[in-house]
Design a protein around this ligand. Structure first.
Ligand code: ADP
Ligand code: MG
Length: 640
C-alpha cells in the first residue's frame, strides 16, 4: 500500500517524520501499536494516514474537545468526511452523526471515552466497519499518569465489540510505568512500541531563581529575538503582564479561556501571523497550536508536574533552531504550589457535599440523571449555596476524575442547523409562506448539505448577505425551528456538566480512602519532582527531564544553565567526553573508590576539572556510588 501517496495526496507532505512510517505500517498491518512521540512529533498523522489508506472508518478517542473540533474541521477542509460528537450537541444531532458512520462513507469519527462506553454508541459500533481504534493522549488511562481519566479504562470493553480492530495508542508523555499500564489497560496483544527520544537538542532549558521576575522577563524579551510564549497560572495576571510588557515597548497580548471565542481566535491569529510577538497566557494556550518558530517559552509560575512542564516548554523550537525554555521561580512559588496541591484535594466530606448540592441544583432525583448534560455556572452555583468557588472547582475536578461527572470546557459551540423536511416539502412550504422564501433561498445558496447533516452557520454572515440585522436572522431561524421546518441550535458558550452515572445519594458515592490517598501521593510526587528540577543546581536539565521519563543514555545538553556553569569551570565538551571515556572502562573493570579512580586516571588535566566532571557524573547518575563508596557505571551504553 502506498502510504506516501496518501500523505502527499491529502496533506501535501513529501516525507514522513521519524517513526511515523513505522507506526503507520504497524497499524495498517493490524498490530496493536503504542506510539510515543513528543509534542509536535506528528501523532495525528499516525492514525489519519492509516484511516485514509484502509477501507472503513477510523475511530479516534480524545479527551480534548477543542482539539477534536480542530481536527474534524481540518479534515473536512481537505474534503475528508469526518464527524465529532461532543457534549453540547443535541441527541438528534448525535443520532444523525452516528447514522452517517454506520450507513455513510464517513472516514473519521471523533469522540470522548465516556461517549464510547454509552449504550447508544456500543449498539452502533458493531454495525460500523472500523479499521482502526486510535486512542490519543493514551496516558490518561493510567492512574500513575498526571492526567488520569477513568472513562479511559472502559475503552477495552468497547474493543470486545470490534475484536479484529487494531488499537493505536498515542501519547507525548509517558514514564515507564505508564507505558506498561497503557498496554495492559487497553488489552494489547503482543504490542509494538515505538518511542522517539524525548531529547530536544535545540532547546536550552534555563532556570532562574528570581525575586524580580518581571524585570527578568523583560530582559529575556529584549535579548532573545523572535516570538515567545509566557505562561502564568492566573488569568488576571496574563493581562497585567502583557500590559506591563507593552508599556516597555514589547509587542505583547494576553490569552485565557475566559475570553470569548472570537477574542481568543483573534489574538491567537495575531500571534501566529507575528503581528503580536509575545503572548502571555494560562495553560489554555498552546494545545493544537503549531507554530514552528517559537524562540522562547517563559514560565512565570511552576507547573505542577514535569509532564506538564515538558509539554509546555516543548512548544519552543519546533523548527529545530535554537530556542529557550526558561523557568522563573522563587521560594514563595514552592509554597504556593504545595498549598495549591493541598487545596486540589478537598476533604472527602466536602466533595460529597458538592456532589449532593449539584444534584439538587439540577433537580435530579436519586437514581436518575445518567448521561444528562446541563449548563453549569460555577459562580452562581457557589453563590446560591454559599460554597467557596475554589472548593466547588476542585471537588468537581475530583468527581470528574472518579468518573461520576464530566465537566466540559467552556467552548463556543457554533450555531448549527439542518432542515427537517426534504427538498420537495420545503419547496411547498416556500410557496405557501412567501415571507420566508427569500431567506430560505439565501440559506440554500450559502451552505451545502443542509438536508443531510447539521451544518455550522454564522448568523452575522447571513445577515450581511441578506442586508438585514443579525437579530432578524436569529428570529427567522427560530421561527422556522418552531414550525419544524428546520432544527436550529444557537451558539452556546456555557460549560456543561454531564452526569455519567445515575445520581447517587451522598452516602452511596464511593471514593475510597485508599484511592484518594494514592492519588494525592502521586500528585505530590510529581510536584516534588518539579521542585527538584528547579532547585537542583548540579544536574543537567535535559538529562533530568529525560531521566524522569525513564530515558537513559542521552548526553548532557551542554546548553542549560547547569551545563553552562560547568563550561564556566573551564571544562570543554571535548574534555568532558575525553574524561568520561577514560573513566568508564576503569569503573566498569574494577571496584574503585573516588581517590583510587583519580590515581588511576591516566590523563593530563587539571585536578579541579577532573573533580568537577566526576562530581557531575555522580550528580547526574551516570556514575553511581554503592554503600561502600565504590563507584560503578550506571548508565547503559552511551548513544552518540
Ligand atoms: P502531536 O499530536 O504529536 O503534538 P501533531 O499531530 O499536532 O503533533 O502535528 C504537529 C504538526 O506537524 C502539524 O502541523 C502537522 O501537520 C505537522 N506534520 C506532521 N507530520 C508531518 C510530516 N510528515 N511532514 C510535515 N509536517 C508534518
Ligand atoms: Mg496531538
Amino acid at each position: 500500500m502506498d502510504l506516501h501517496a496518501v500523505l502527499l495526496k491529502y496533506w501535501g507532505f513529501s516525507s514522513f517524520r521519524p517513526l511515523q512510517e513505522d507506526i503507520i505500517r504497524s497499524a495498517v498491518e493490524g498490530n496493536d501499536t503504542l506510539a510515543l512521540l513528543p509534542t509536535g512529533g506528528g501523532k495525528s498523522l499516525c492514525y489519519q494516514v492509516p484511516g485514509m489508506a484502509m477501507d472503513g472508518l477510523c475511530i479516534v478517542i480524545s479527551p480534548l474537545i477543542a482539539l477534536m473540533k480542530d481536527q474534524v474541521e481540518a479534515l473536512k477542509n481537505k474534503g475528508i468526511k469526518a464527524v465529532g460528537i461532543y457534549h453540547g450537541l443535541s441527541k438528534a444531532e448525535i443520532d444523525k452523526a452516528v447514522d452517517n458512520c454506520v450507513y455513510g462513507d464517513v472516514k473519521f469519527l471523533y469522540m470522548s471515552p465516556e461517549r464510547l462506553s454509552t449504550d447508544m454508541i456500543r449498539s452502533r459500533l458493531v454495525k460500523m466497519k472500523v479499521n482502526l481504534l486510535a486512542v490519543d493522549e493514551a496516558h490518561c488511562i493510567s492512574q500513575w499518569g498526571y492526567d488520569f481519566r477513568p472513562p479511559y479504562l472502559r475503552i477495552a470493553e468497547a474493543r470486545e465489540l470490534i475484536p479484529n480492530t487494531p488499537v493505536l495508542a498515542l501519547t507525548a508523555t509517558a514514564t515507564r510505568q505508564v507505558v506498561q499500564d497503557i498496554q495492559d489497560k487497553l488489552g494489547f496483544s503482543d504490542a509494538k512500541v515505538f518511542q522517539k527520544s524525548f531529547e530536544r537538542k535545540n532547546l536550552a532549558y534555563v532556570v532562574f531563581r528570581e525575586e524580580d521576575k518581571l524585570q527578568r522577563l523583560l530582559r529575556v524579551c529584549n535579548n532573545v529575538k523572535g516570538t515567545g510564549v509566557v505562561y502564568v497560572r492566573n488569568r488576571k495576571r496574563t493581562r497585567e503582564i502583557a500590559e506591563w510588557l507593552s508599556q516597555r515597548g514589547i509587542s505583547a497580548d494576553y490569552y485565557h479561556a475566559g475570553l470569548d471565542s472570537k477574542e481568543r481566535d483573534n489574538r491567537q491569529e495575531a500571534w501566529m501571523k507575528e503581528r503580536t510577538r509575545v503572548i502571555v497566557s494560562t495553560n489554555a494556550f498552546g494545545m493544537g497550536i503549531d507554530k514552528p518558530n517559537v524562540r522562547f517559552v517563559v514560565h512565570m509560575d511552576l507547573p505542577d508536574s514535569p509532564e506538564a512542564y515538558f509539554q509546555e516548554a516543548g512548544r519552543g523550537g519546533r523548527d529545530g533552531n535554537k530556542a529557550y525554555a526558561i523557568m522563573l521561580f522563587n521560594q514563595s512559588d514552592i509554597i504556593d504550589l504545595k498549598t495549591f496541591h493541598e487545596r486540589s484535594f478537598p476533604p472527602l466530606k466536602e466533595i460529597k457535599k458538592v456532589y449532593n448540592t449539584l444534584g439538587n441544583y439540577f433537580q435530579l432525583a436519586i437514581g436518575s440523571g445518567k448521561d444528562q448534560s446541563m449548563p453549569f455556572d460555577l459562580v452562581s452555583f457557589s453563590k446560591q449555596y454559599n460554597i467557596d468557588p475554589f472548593l466547588v472547582f476542585n471537588a468537581l475536578g475530583f468527581l470528574e476524575k472518579e468518573g461520576y461527572l464530566a465537566v466540559s470546557e467552556a467552548l463556543a459551540n457554533p450555531s448549527r442547523m439542518m432542515f427537517l423536511v426534504d427538498n420537495e416539502e420545503l419547496y411547498r412550504f416556500q410557496v405557501a409562506n412567501p415571507v420566508f422564501d427569500p431567506f430560505i433561498k439565501l440559506l440554500l445558496r450559502s451552505y451545502s448539505g443542509l438536508f443531510s447533516e447539521y451544518t455550522k452557520i454564522k448568523e452575522d454572515d447571513i445577515a450581511k448577505r441578506a442586508g438585514i440585522p443579525v437579530d432578524k436572522v436569529k428570529k427567522l431561524l427560530q421561527d422556522l425551528h418552531q414550525m419544524n421546518i428546520l432544527h436550529y441550535k444557537a451558539q452556546n458558550e456555557t460549560p456543561m456538566v454531564t452526569f455519567l452515572e445515575e445520581r447517587l445519594s451522598a452516602s452511596d458515592i464511593i471514593i475510597s480512602k485508599e484511592t484518594y490517598k494514592e492519588r494525592k501521593n502521586f500528585a505530590r510526587r510529581r510536584l516534588d519532582a518539579m521542585v527538584n528540577y528547579v532547585e537542583s543546581t548540579t544536574k543537567c536539565r535535559s538529562l533530568f527531564l529525560l531521566a524522569y521519563f525513564g530515558e537513559t543514555g542521552a548526553q548532557r545538553c551542554g546548553q542549560c544553565d547547569v551545563c553552562l556553569e560547568m563550561n564556566k569551570a573551564g571544562v570543554s565538551s571535548y574534555e568532558y567526553r575525553q574524561l568520561t571515556e577514560a573513566i568508564r572502562p576503569l569503573v566498569q573493570q574494577e571496584k574503585l573508590r573516588l581517590p583510587d579512580l583519580l590515581e588511576k586516571l591516566d590523563i593530563t588535566m587539571d585536578n579541579e576539572k577532573i573533580l568537577h566532571v566526576v562530581r557531575y557524573l555522580i550528580d547526574n547518575e551516570i556514575i553511581g556510588q554503592d554503600e561502600n563508596q565504590v563507584l560503578y557505571w550506571k548508565q547503559p551504553e552511551q548513544k552518540k
